[in-house]
Every structure is written in C-alpha cells, then in structure tokens.
Design a protein around this ligand. Sequence first.
Ligand code: PBG
Length: 327
Amino acid sequence: MSFPQHRPRRLRSTKAIRRLTAEHRLSAPDLILPAFIREGLTEPVAISSMPGVVQHSTETLKRAAAEAVGRGVGGIMLFGIPAERDATGSAGLDPNGVLNRAIADVRAEVGDDLVVMSDVCLDEFTDHGHCGVLAADGTVDNDATLELYGQMAVAQADAGAHVLGPSGMMDGQVAVIRQALDAAGHQETAVLAYAAKYASAFYGPFREAVDSQLTGDRRTYQMDAANRREALLEVELDLEEGADMVMVKPAMSYLDIVADVAAMSPVPVAAYQISGEYAMIEAAAANGWIDRRRAIEESVLGIKRAGAQMILTYWASELAVWLKESE
Ligand code: PBG
C-alpha cells in the first residue's frame, strides 16, 4: 500500500467537489440585517466607524428593507435614535417614538415577506445611556426597568413587530415581556432573547451609531467575558421564561459559547456579529491588508459553523447578493 494511506486533499481538488462536500452553507434567509433609524433625518447620515452603514431616514430605511426582501434576507432588526432623551427613556415607549413609527413603516413596506424585529432596550432613549433606569445610588434598577420593558414591548408589538429582541440583560426580562404581550393580546409576537450577551469592547462603533450617551460600561448587567458555563444558565432561564429563540452576542470572540448553546438549545439559535467585528474587517480591508469579500464570507460562515442558524450581520444585504452569485 502506498503512503499516505489517507488523502483528504481528494475532496479539495476542484471547486465543484469542495462545494459538494461542504458541511455548512450560508444562505440569505439565515441573515438578519440590523438597521438604524434616526429621528428627523431627511438624508441618511454616515457612521464613520462603520463604513457603509448609515443612520437611516424613514425613506432610506424603507428602501433598505425592500432591498433586503428582494435579496431574500431573512429579517431586519431595528434600532431607533430619538431626538430627545430623558432619564427613563420615555421616547422608547411612546407609540409615536422614532422606533415604533419605524416598525410600522417597515412593516407596511414589507408585510410578512421579511421578519421585522426590534430592539427592546432603553439605552438609545435614556440621557445616561444605560439599558435601564437608575436607582438613587446610580446603579441600574433591575425591577423598575422590567416594568418599562413590558410597556415598550407592547408598544413595539402594537406597531407591528413580528419578533422582539430584549437586549438589556435585566433578570426576568423575558418573563415580564411575555406576560405583558399576552395580556395585551399579542400572543403571536415572538421573543428572540439576547440570552448570553457579554460586556464587550467590540460594541464601540455601535455607540457612535446610536449617538450613545453612556459613560462607563455595562459590566453590572452584561456578562463577564471570562464566563462560559454561565451562558447556559442565562439560556435556560430565558427558555423557562418563554423565549422563542435565543441569541449569543458578540459572535466572533464567543464562538465557543455559540457552540455550547447550539448543543443544548431546543429553540433556534442566533448570533450577532456586532459593530466592532464589522469595523475591524472593514478597516483591515480598506488598508488592503485582507481580501474584503473573502474575510466577510469566512467570518459569517465561521459563526454558522459554530452553530448559529441565524446571524445578525451588517453585511446581510450585500452578502445575500454574493451568496446568490455563488449558488
Ligand atoms: C443595546 C444594544 C447594543 C447593541 C445591540 N443592542 C449596545 C450595547 O449593549 O452596548 C450592540 C450592537 C453592535 O455593537 O453592533 N440596545
């Protein structure tokens, strides 16, 4: 018998055989496009740390949503940037607030052809930038915040969101939101829980994207990067509380968590390739240091391979076109 006995290279020899034997494949319906709408804009505004991503006006947001439908993208996740902020984030609860109006506008544009999702969190709406309201001692008050999340969720469901994404990492948030939705007759509105969300430096560009007022960090409510087992606890709690889907966030520095959650979750698993992950690849590509398209495709495929069946990525619409080309 000749040496070597095993030649794995046989299955790598042509593009066709690589395609045939690929274990994982991305497709457009896996992808969810996060999008920002800023109150009062007539023209979109560029986000300098996220080249290619903008704060949308109503018109350009509707166009981006329609484009996503045309490209076969699975969903859109909406974030709102209000003109006025206050201590309790009341613009987030206002049915006429920027996010709730955007949900209605996008829903009117896409109907049921795209899953319309929205962020249930106060950080874009508070003047201190935290994800909840503050207690007298300056800490984020978990239970007082839950009350507001319940109302915010109902306002978003009233506006027409198919799926709500609570991202504030308050204990009990999924249960309170589920209860509030059911009490308001929104039994059909689903919850995609940001179950294992870590305090991360890679959220940096998002702070510019939403004009965040935050000083300091979110380490008293978002998870510690050192912890792996704790992610399973967070997922189990959210499932008990009624989550329909669970998310791990960020993605690239947390692929072990994505794999762990995928192994145990009975419900669909999402991962969020966040703003800093986007910015790193765009910056390196702009410098000519990496091949932009290959790096994007590889990064998103890696998240899928780790076990996420749905991926939130700012490249969703562009990537959908490439995926169609390579079909
Ligand atoms: C909170 C929220 C954040 C992101 C999504 N939802 C910011 C944070 O937790 O600090 C970050 C997304 C990204 O960085 O792309 N509303």
